[in-house]
Write a protein that binds this ligand. Structure first.
Ligand code: AP5
Length: 217
């Protein structure tokens, strides 16, 4: 199964992708996570991406497409769930071209719909593990011990781009450049809108219902 998960920054894409992976055994490909790993490793790509990420803008399409084509080609035959990619109409068209060359296509596009006030609250309370990437929230999805990752005991950190000024820019970028991707897919595939304002378990239930229908089809 090849899935695209769309949604504004902080809509819960990463949180829900981990649950999709656990249920359907697909590979999670997060462009944001890959970029953060490149930055941490000090690669050329990581250095080039840094200023765009820190300001809440988008990393140029050519860099992202090359990076994601590599990741998709490496993904197992079991399929994948894309998180944070495609983020422009151009990226979506490049993805279609890549899959088309191999006689494949995207099977499901899930669009997490969320109110902006909820997004701001989620991002200000997000804490992540710099070692394993697990994501928590200080109120909604708490770790067992405050500030410590459940999986490996690492101290949780706040993402630098979750500061309020950068969040404002990320939302602006989303409306200008990423929201049109929803319309792109509406014209090419069936887009399933999911109410992402609900708690994480309820969102998963809504999503799984749509995906189960596809698996059984
Ligand atoms: P990226 O890492 O992709 O960031 P994003 O899209 O802004 O998404 P987030 O990771 O902030 O949020 P999320 O939707 O995954 O929410 P989460 O599950 O963590 O990209 C970062 C940057 O990299 C971009 O700004 C850009 O510069 C660059 N980039 C990446 N991809 C690119 C591309 N394709 N092209 C160009 N540039 C690119 O949840 C958020 C919080 O809410 C957490 O604390 C979580 O615990 C909590 N939560 C989640 N769900 C719920 C729920 N239902 N109820 C209550 N709390 C919840």
């Amino acid at each position: 199964m090849r899935i695209v998960l769309l949604g504004a920054p902080g809509a819960g894409k990463g949180t829900q992708c981990k649950r999709i992976v656990a249920k359907y055994g697909v590979v999670h490909l997060s462009s944001g996570d890959i970029l953060r790993q490149e930055r941490a490793a000090g690669t050329e790509l990581g250095k080039k991406a840094q200023s765009y990420m820190d300001s809440g803008g988008l990393v140029p399409d050519n860099l992202i497409v090359e990076m994601m084509v590599g990741a998709i080609n490496k993904a197992s035959q079991k399929g994948f769930v894309l998180d944070g990619f495609p983020r422009t109409v151009n990226q979506a068209a490049e993805l279609d071209k890549l899959l088309g060359r191999n006689g494949k296509k995207i099977d499901a596009v899930l669009n997490l719909e969320i109110n902006e006030q909820v997004v701001v609250k989620r991002m200000s309370g997000r804490r992540s593990c710099s070692k394993c990437g697990a994501v928590y929230h200080i109120e909604n999805l708490k770790p067992k011990t405050d500030g410590i990752c459940d999986h490996d005991g690492t101290k949780l950190v706040q993402r630098p781009d979750d500061n309020p000024d950068v969040v404002t820019n990320r939302l602006k970028t989303y409306h200008q450049q990423t929201r049109p991707v929803v319309d792109y897919y509406k014209n090419n595939n069936a887009v399933c809108n999911i109410n992402a304002n609900e708690d994480a378990d309820k969102v998963s239930t809504l999503m799984f219902k749509k995906l189960d229908a596809l698996v059984l089809a």
